[in-house]
Write a protein that binds this ligand. Sequence first.
Ligand SMILES: [Cu+2]
Length: 239
Amino acid sequence: MIDTYVPNGSSFAGDIDHVILVITAITGFWFFLAEAVLFYLIIKYGEQEGVRAKYVAGEDPKEKRWVAWPHYITLLFDIYIIFAAISVWQDVKQTMPQADETVRVIAQQWAWTFVHPGADGKLDTPDDIRVVDELHVVKGKTYHFELQSRDVLHSFSIPIFRLKQDIIPGRTVRGWFKPTLTGGYDIQCTEICGIGHGIMPARIIVETPEDHAAWVLALTPTQAAITPSEQPTQLGGMP
Ligand SMILES: [Cu+2]
């Protein structure tokens, strides 16, 4: 159902949607039932000629049951919701599966810098690719991300992944995701981070391995084109 509006694009998106749908179904059921009973009672016991209003305190055990039983049933549903939520939290936030690659996400007022590992697949090497407001990843690969902020609190949110993680200045906040859908989708900052918060959008491009390799190659021409024996001359020639 949520898919109609925001596609499900990560390995854990379905689990999160399940918890949200269960909560919506349970609260929705009780909401409509409670409203139906309320309106039924309003109509049935509305003002009537010659009948005086009665104050019902709910002290009679027969009346108390109307409060107690829905209360017990709601508690049972709550316990189910808590266990479902803890299990998803454990899988998504407390467990870090082995990563195929790591990307660094640097937030600032009001832009994102995404540092991708280049052809070598490793960060902090000369072939890293830094791109503003565009993150390129491969479908089916598991990514770790390292979130950093240059100034204030920001929040890294990719709605199709059902991913949201606050970024705290002075810290590196880590997490993971595994894209399951190719295409270009929104990245949003979801922490009010100043007057330009609303103009801090970015895009995530989920590609096939071939498209991603072509993108990496296009952005690292010197690294890809030169052979290892030529490399020292090239690097030595740089100021
Ligand atoms: Cu922000």
